[in-house]
Design a protein around this ligand. Structure first.
Ligand code: ADP
Ligand code: 5GP
Length: 201
């Protein structure tokens, strides 16, 4: 078994996943974020190479044909994909990675890699999604309605996940995700993998 883990985090849009992931990354500086490629236009404040690599549909499809993605999906007319090279490099170096991807992408990671720890985040109530998306103010009412409709389909996939975290209060949700990650770091195989490396060197 390898020493690195892929923390695959999914949630219906508006749950607070991006907010939580940013906080968790701030707490584990050795962990990396898998910056996805997308054809979705940037939201105000999003920077190329930070939240996403923003690419044209032409570039995305070229990458797809070249086998550049470990998984990919199409949501509300936009493509999203995870760099295979990035994941393979992290695995080779025993680095933990957070993947913020949808349930279809999570299924592909489950199939293709042994290192996934699958975490699903839920709002306390489905009605909270509309309120949070409206408050975020980054999309039109039409897109918000589409995202809410997609949310019910996403929630049906919860059984594929190892852990479920309710984002009632942001601090509590971040603490619970940290607890999952700390427990994973203490798994016997993981500790022994690092221990054996020190014996060899
Ligand atoms: P996602 O990435 O899941 O679509 P965001 O992280 O963009 O969601 O959060 C959507 C909105 O909800 C943001 O305005 C964020 O500040 C807010 N939010 C996040 N967590 C909570 C929470 N626990 N309670 C209330 N609002 C929250
Ligand atoms: P958003 O447009 O709000 O940033 O993201 C929409 C959805 O796309 C979220 O559920 C997010 O997790 C998912 N997503 C982002 N990047 C990827 C990716 O590379 N692959 C997959 N499968 N989903 C992604």
């Amino acid at each position: 078994m390898n020493g690195g883990r892929f923390y695959v985090i999914s949630a219906p849009s508006g749950t607070g996943k991006t907010t939580i992931v940013k906080r968790v990354l701030g707490e584990f500086p050795e962990m990396k974020f898998s910056v996805s490629y997308t054809t979705r236009p940037p939201r105000p404040g999003e920077k190329d190479g930070v939240e996403y690599h923003f690419v044209s549909r032409h570039v995305f499809q070229k990458m797809l044909r070249a086998g550049a993605f470990a998984e990919w999906t199409k949501l509300l007319g936009h493509y999203y994909g995870t760099s295979k090279t990035f994941l393979d490099e992290c695995l080779a170096e025993d680095i933990d990675v957070i993947l913020d991807i949808d349930t279809r992408g999570a299924e592909q990671i489950h199939k293709n890699y042994d290192e996934g720890v699958f975490i699903f985040i839920l709002p306390p109530e489905i009605g909270d999604l509309k309120e949070r998306l409206t408050r975020r103010g980054s999309e039109s009412q039409e897109v918000i309605d589409l995202r809410i409709r997609n949310a019910s389909k996403e929630i049906e996939k919860v059984e594929n996940y190892d852990y479920v975290v309710i984002n009632d209060q942001i601090n509590g949700a971040v603490e619970r995700i940290k607890a999952i990650m700390i427990a994973e770091k203490c798994k016997r195989e993981r500790v022994l993998h690092h221990f054996r490396k020190t014996v060899k060197s």
